[in-house]
Design a binder for this molecule. Sequence first.
Ligand SMILES: *Cc1c(COP(=O)(O)O)cnc(C)c1O
Length: 412
Amino acid sequence: MQNQPVDYSLPGTCTKLAHIGRSSADHSGMVNVPVYRGSTILSGTLEEWESRKTAGNPMASYGRFGTPLTRSLEDAISELEGGYRSIVFPSGLSACTHTLLGLLKAGDHVLMSDSVYGPTRIFAERVLSRLQIAVEYFDPLDAAGMAERVKENTRVVYVESPGSLTFEVQDIPQIAQIAHSAGAFVVMDNTWATPLYFRPFEHGVDISVHAATKYIVGHSDALLGVATANERAWPALQASAFDFGETAGPDDIFLALRGLRTLAVRMQRHWENGVLLAERLRRHEAVEKVLHPALASDPGHALWKRDFHGASGLFGIILKPMSRHQLSTLFKSFKLFGIGLSWGGFESLALPVDSVTRNFGRRLPGGPMLRIHAGLESTDDLIADMVQALDAASRCANEDGEVACNILREVG
Ligand SMILES: *Cc1c(COP(=O)(O)O)cnc(C)c1O
């Protein structure tokens, strides 16, 4: 596993990706389900109108509840995830927040892994707390510590593995067992692994959320979220989407469905490029530490190997302490890596991480942190670009004395 990723993806996945969510016979023979635009759906007769309105068939009565295109994507995702049903949202964050709102009420308690996606954490603090829902964090690496925090009113345990920015792999089966014995739902943000590399429902998750914006769309050209529930959690999830009027634009849904067709081949390549780049970076003199669970040296490696079928192209590095001028030189020297938010597109990115908020801060050694997304470019070109930029930063040491330091912000 050190150098050449092995394809652990499930047999038949590529075949499935080529064929799910299509029905050419229903669409004049077209290979792809066309973009349906529309609000009103007309019925020819009173009887047809009444049959559209029957319980369990809300999709057929109004555009906000989806179209054949929406259903194609939702059915494809729930099949890939191994869940009961899925529903789309206009962004990944919207899928995260509406899933929480669907399950929680005033007086409930939520346990959240300390390294969840930052905006989800901000939502919990700004919105859930305003609704008298208590939010508490747990150390992602300490399932026993999480068990101690479970209360009678704990309704949701929210996890993301590996964690945003710091990439801690969590013991999801153990966390799920603790949560379920307390009667709580387990919600997982599964964006990093995609439905191909982590099968949430086999590990006890009740609702799995994806920022489809990332790998599912895969080309940095649309924003979309999708949440998938098991049978127990589905009514609450669907009601939340409908009650808040959540819907997604047809072009973005089309792009996500198109992205799915190539998801397996893209992920294989992201995985490979990510591991090879991370291995090379680990040996660079300017690098203090690489945060990538697919590396044998990573503390999360054993759990990753046990539960995941592969790795995405997203990982972190912590540089040795360097001056602001050196850091600026590093970013200026990139020819292939773009500086920007999001990830999961075909292109490589390097993001300066300027704030990590944690209650359980394992103090990260060293200097500035970068989040790297290995895109689909030629491996040697990516490695060469990263190495030349780090070399350029190393060369201009001592040009000024101001040190760009570690940015972990502990709030606990
Ligand atoms: C990007 C991201 C989101 C939010 O997705 P958007 O489509 O940008 O709203 C949620 N969770 C994780 C882990 C992400 O990386």
